[in-house]
Design a protein around this ligand. Structure first.
Ligand code: IMP
Length: 461
């Protein structure tokens, strides 16, 4: 069977930890979208691992697949593999031949485009990993795929087509002098060819590439349990997210089919677990109706001015940010913080078809007198139960809050050991409210970063 793990919010819901807990029963862990923008932290046997591309299953000795829906930066791939090996692990990672390759010019263009947009305060706040430009080339049918790296002639042909276009874009559209760039080799055909043909050799030597759909189907025929590890989250989905403040792939459950080569029937026959952070965080720009305080540069129309009414709620935001460690895994940037946004979650439950929920960071909210949620929105005098489709409408939504009584700090390791009933009653009331609103049972509750601090009520495998 399959279990698909999907972020229900804006990424950083703690998916890695849940993949780690449920992954114990998985034989194969698959990433189906995104690339090295997906910072995930896994704590295993007291050691913390920070990964951005390699699936978390690599730490637990599983077979890991980067599916065709992924964009793969071979520099990051081999860096992460080498680091895990230096730390005594033996990661088994397979890469889809249909996955697209992030080249250095994609990163370069990601940065240039963000700079240009920032002149009008329109930047997305990307992770700068070249994700968007790589998916653009995929859709534009000028990408380089992992399979192309294995054949030096094909690689050269692809680069001969793409590189002159990128050079023209940088020089003629953006008006930059390539020789003045920090890394002019990013646009040098021969340098790119040498480096990437080398990665092709290493992929072949280590026998890492697969026809992913075929590979997964035959693993399932042999009885394998497959876990799909979604990166980012529903509201960062290119189709169902908050466009244009999105990533360029489909983190939602449908992506598990298109990004792996297994059919919707296979994915739909399994379970889809929505990962929910008990409050909300956001990296980068875009609306956030339940935001507390703000992060200058990311929160729209906010520069940290003490006169700004947002500043009043900053104290609470700082408390939650510190308690929850809300700093980007990839970028180290402080994340924007807000109350749980339930209209967002209703949207996520519909798009993904959650069969269960895992709610993380319940411990982070401990010690507050009251905990609020944005229960509905008001837009132009009308009550909305779910997110509107346009960013402009969403930015105009005002959250209507519901207040819950807070819960006190506990010895969370002890609570986790005793199980769900040991959670403070007010925390259970909060979780049961979510179950009712999203029509899905809470399968797991995170009360700390480690595996042993997750209460597992239901194992979907
Ligand atoms: P990109 O994926 O680097 O193109 O960034 C696009 C948007 O997605 C930006 O707002 C990023 O902050 C956000 N984003 C990308 N990856 C993650 C993640 O793993 N967690 C949270 N936000 C992310």
């Amino acid at each position: 069977m399959t279990v698909t793990i999907v972020g229900s919010q804006l990424g950083d819901e703690g998916k890695g930890g849940i993949v780690d807990v449920y992954g114990e029963e998985a034989d194969v862990v698959v990433r189906y979208q995104g690339g090295d923008n997906a910072g995930h932290t896994v704590v295993h046997e007291g050691t913390e691992y920070k990964l951005s591309l390699v699936p978390s299953g690599a730490i637990r000795g599983k077979v890991n697949v980067l599916g065709n829906g992924c964009v793969v930066n071979p520099r990051t791939l081999f860096d992460e593999l080498d680091t895990l090996r230096e730390r005594g692990l033996d990661p088994d990672v397979r890469v889809a031949e249909r996955a697209h390759v992030i080249l250095p010019y994609h990163r370069l263009l990601d940065g240039i485009e963000e700079d240009v947009k920032s002149e009008d305060d329109d930047e997305i706040g990307t992770t700068g990993r070249g994700i968007g430009p790589t998916y653009e080339d995929k859709a534009g049918r000028r990408g380089v795929r992992v399979g192309d790296l294995l054949d030096a002639d094909v690689l050269r042909e692809r680069l001969e087509y793409a590189v002159p276009q990128k050079r023209a874009l940088v020089e003629d559209v953006y008006g930059l002098d390539i020789d003045d760039l920090e890394d002019p080799d990013a646009l040098d055909l021969e340098a790119l060819y040498d480096e990437f043909a080398g990665y092709g050799e290493r992929l072949a030597e280590e026998d890492m590439t697969v026809n992913a759909g075929d590979y997964l189907a035959s693993a399932m025929d042999d009885g394998a349990n497959v876990m799909f590890e979604g990166a980012q989250g529903t509201v960062l989905d290119i189709d169902h997210g908050n466009y244009p403040f999105v990533t360029s792939s489909n983190p939602t459950a449908g992506g598990a089919c298109t990004g792996s080569g297994l059919s919707p029937a296979v994915v739909g026959d399994g379970e889809v677990v929505g990962i929910v952070k008990a409050y909300l965080s956001r990296v980068g720009s875009g609306p956030m109706p339940t935001e507390l305080g703000g992060v200058p540069g990311d929160t729209p129309d906010y520069d940290g001015d003490p006169e700004n009414p947002r500043t009043e709620r900053e104290e609470l935001a700082v408390h939650i940010r510190e308690a929850g460690g809300e700093y980007g895994t990839v970028t180290g940037r402080p994340r924007r913080v807000g109350w749980l946004d339930v209209p967002m979650l209703r949207h996520a439950a519909r798009v993904n078809g959650f069969t269960g929920l895992a709610v993380n960071h319940v411990d982070t909210l401990a010690g507050l007198d009251e905990v609020k949620v944005g229960h509905t929105y008001t837009l132009d005098g009308e009550e909305l139960e779910t997110m509107p489709a346009t960013t402009e409408q969403w930015a105009d939504c005002e959250a209507e809050f519901r207040t819950f009584e807070g819960w006190a700090e506990r010895d969370w390791a002890e609570v986790a050991e005793q199980g769900y009933e040991a959670l403070p009653e007010n925390a259970r009331t909060y979780l049961e409210y979510l179950e009712d609103e999203l029509d899905a049972a809470v399968y797991a509750v995170g009360v700390g970063p480690g595996r042993s601090e997750t209460i597992v009520r239901e194992n979907p495998f």
